[in-house]
Design a protein around this ligand. Structure first.
Ligand code: FHN
Length: 669
């Protein structure tokens, strides 16, 4: 059994309040991220170390009174919002996300809820107001970053491990009210805001219920404002996307991969990669590892070719100016965008699975489509091969250059190119084609594994809906006479599925194949047992970093329960639970169990470990698949929570059907 981690994306918002219109954001594709605050004053240096950024207060264990001395030093006399916005606009950026408050708790805006804000500094100007006005003057959309985590506010918990400040009297719910109060100021005092970009949501105190409430708070205050997924605790680690939990949690409007570009994007959802130009988000005066303009341009293209947005960060200096290295790179990007922005704005993901020489972005309008071929590696022989494109080409031209000739060689297009590229980062060729792109890609086979007990559902996706998929189950190569795929099929016997794409009688793709195997189910318990509904539940207390050997411990409470679930309740800390009994299955099947927990958990069926989700972690879902016979099977779930959020949820999927909570009627003892 190899438990795998899957993203069980779930509905993300209450049905009562609609999601905002994201068309402007999808059209924009490119934004400026700004990390600015008191941390720009030490500029990365503390003591003899110079590697810090915006985390300097925590990373260098700077006590609050010491850090607060930066307030009287914050006086960015060279700050000019119009200049910042103009640099962003000339780079081709369409929106600006700026830190209104980072984890250090200092607000760059005039807040009536706090004196720890820019009005307490010699500067005494509301930076959000100036950024909002300048953005609108120049046609960009102002957006706010706001940290849920707050190292300064006395009611925020947990305290930093190194802090001496007592947590005595801290009231987290009072902090949540403060947080919501400042969010209300940000959404009502500065005109229409494009995005609320939350962050710092990963600590155990930020329970799913707070995320749900904060999302609804934003929806009510500003229904048009887009909210990212970090409003709630759903990221896998510090990187990923829209929800990973079976807990029906809020997940916001878009995923936020950070400092990396997902290999195949995040299909089926909106997402934005945020990235630094150097190594730091906040200004570091010792930064040397600046990405080249070519890498930044190619990152933009790569992200957009996978259907995402690029949020590129600048950490301004304490005087209010951008580092010259950032200005230079943003100017280079702007020069590329001046020639090629139509290949970025409003485009969608590439119809090709991959291209050896670069990327593709696409637009469809009416009965035409435009493919933008971003050539990174210029062909030495002047012939660019576009593999497996069925459409005829109406026109072909180089953006910023001349028209060019295209000829077809079977399923490939050959585009004649000049000796040298127009831009060393990427030269773009625009192809106007009839209709939707028809790419001869290898069909993709999807199924809940390959083992089954009675049957297994299989679906096949073509690279273009204009192509036929033909398949065989006997291991032979599909031909034009083979069965045509019309929709999900159910496999009932050992077989080798082979599929290919056809255009009429002609095979136009490689073969994809998958072997399916009928496996013997784990036998049900034969003996007649006198059982009643419910599981036994033993509750323990202890301070663990992983699941203990519960058999060696004495439970604090022994009781029964009707379900294997624990969420959104007042978190029990330093607690362990053991659920034990029988699971009654109504049919023999391949069952996928999804075990979601914060902190660690494990699932056994018939005494065999099926899911191992142990360890100290935030909300994570892991799965395991087992073939089981209809009838009774032993079930045991162990779980522990150290501190903060406490979550446990077990769901199961029968033969690839959607996951559901294990019904109480199936749990016996
Ligand atoms: O801890 C922050 C970090 O300082 C920075 O703001 C990034 C930007 O997305 N977000 C958090 C790390 O994921």
């Amino acid at each position: 059994m190899i438990p795998i981690l899957i993203a069980l994306s779930v509905s993300s918002n209450s049905p009562t309040i609609q999601k905002p219109d994201m068309s402007w954001w999808r059209e924009a594709r490119f934004g400026l991220f700004i990390h600015w605050g008191l941390y720009a004053i030490p500029a990365g240096k503390w003591g003899d170390k110079t590697h810090y950024g915006e985390w300097i207060m925590d990373s260098a264990n700077i006590p609050i009174p010491t850090y607060e001395t930066f307030v009287s030093q914050f006086n960015p006399v060279n700050f000019n919002a119009d200049e910042w916005v103009s640099i962003a606009k000339n780079a081709g950026m369409r929106y600006i996300v700026i830190t209104t408050k980072h984890h250090d708790g200092f607000a760059l805006f005039d807040s009536k809820h706090s004196d720890y804000d820019v009005m307490a500094t010699p500067f005494k100007r509301d930076i959000m107001l100036e950024i909002a006005d300048a953005s609108r003057r120049q046609g960009l959309v102002p957006c706010w970053y706001h940290s849920i985590m707050d190292w300064h506010h006395p009611d925020y918990l947990p305290r930093r491990a190194w802090e001496t400040r007592s947590a005595e009297g801290a009231d987290f719910d009072r902090y949540v009210s403060y947080l919501k109060g400042q969010v209300e100021e940000l959404l009502t005092n500065y005109g229409e805001v494009g995005v609320m970009w939350f962050d710092g949501e990963w600590e155990n105190t930020w329970l799913p219920k707070y995320g749900a409430d904060l999302l609804q708070h934003c929806r009510k205050l500003s229904p048009k404002t887009i909210v990212n997924n970090r409003v709630s605790q759903v990221r896998v680690g510090m990187e990923d996307a829209i929800g990973n939990s079976a807990l029906q949690q809020v997940v916001g409007d878009f995923g936020t991969p950070e400092q990396h570009i997902p290999a195949t994007g995040l299909p089926g959802q909106d997402w934005e990669t945020c990235m630094t130009i150097g190594d730091h988000w906040g200004y570091n005066a010792y930064e040397t590892n600046w990405k080249s303009s070519t890498i930044l341009i190619r990152n933009l293209i790569d992200i957009v070719s996978k259907g995402g947005n690029y949020l590129l960060n600048v950490g301004p200096r304490q005087d209010g100016t951008f580092p010259p290295e950032c200005i230079e790179r943003l100017r280079d990007i702007g020069m590329w965008m001046k020639v090629n922005s139509e290949a970025i704005y409003g485009t969608n993901a590439s119809p090709f699975e991959s291209l050896p020489w670069g990327r593709c972005t696409a637009k469809s309008q009416g009965n035409e489509s435009t493919l933008f071929l971003h050539v990174f590696d210029w062909p030495q022989d002047g012939r660019l091969v576009v593999p497996g494109l069925a459409n005829d080409v109406a026109t072909a031209r180089i953006l910023g250059g001349a028209s060019t000739r295209v000829q077809r060689v079977e399923s490939n297009l050959i585009i004649e190119l000049p000796h040298s590229p127009l831009h060393e980062a990427a030269t773009v060729i625009e192809l106007v084609i009839d209709g939707e792109p028809i790419v001869y890609g290898t069909p993709k086979i999807a199924s809940p594994g390959t083992d089954f007990v009675t049957s297994i559902p299989v679906s096949i996706a073509a690279s273009s809906e204009k192509l036929d998929i033909r398949f065989t189950l006997d291991g032979t190569y599909p031909t034009a006479a083979s069965a045509q795929y019309k929709g999900p099929i159910s496999i009932h016997a050992d077989c080798t599925l082979k599929v290919a794409a056809f255009e009429g009688d002609k095979r136009v793709s490689d073969i994809a194949e998958k072997r399916f195997k009928n496996v013997q189910p784990w036998p049900a318990i034969r003996e007649q047992l006198d059982l009643r509904q419910g599981l036994s539940l033993r509750i323990y207390t202890g301070n663990w970093n992983q699941l203990p050997d519960f058999e060696s411990l004495t439970p604090m409470v022994t009781t029964t329960t009707s379900h294997i679930s624990y969420k959104d309740e007042a978190p029990e800390e330093f607690v362990g639970r053991v659920y034990e009994g029988y699971l009654r299955l109504e049919q023999s099947a391949l069952v996928e169990f999804a075990l979601t927990s914060d902190d660690g958990s494990r699932l056994w069926i018939d005494g065999r470990l099926v899911v191992d989700n142990d360890g100290l972690h935030s909300i994570v879902t892991k799965v395991g698949r087992v073939p089981v016979e209809r009838g009774l099977h032993k079930i045991r779930v162990e779980w522990f929570n150290k501190t903060g959020a406490a979550v446990l949820e077990l769901t199961m999927s029968i033969d690839g059907q959607p996951h559901k909570q294990v019904p109480a009627s199936s749990l016996l003892q």
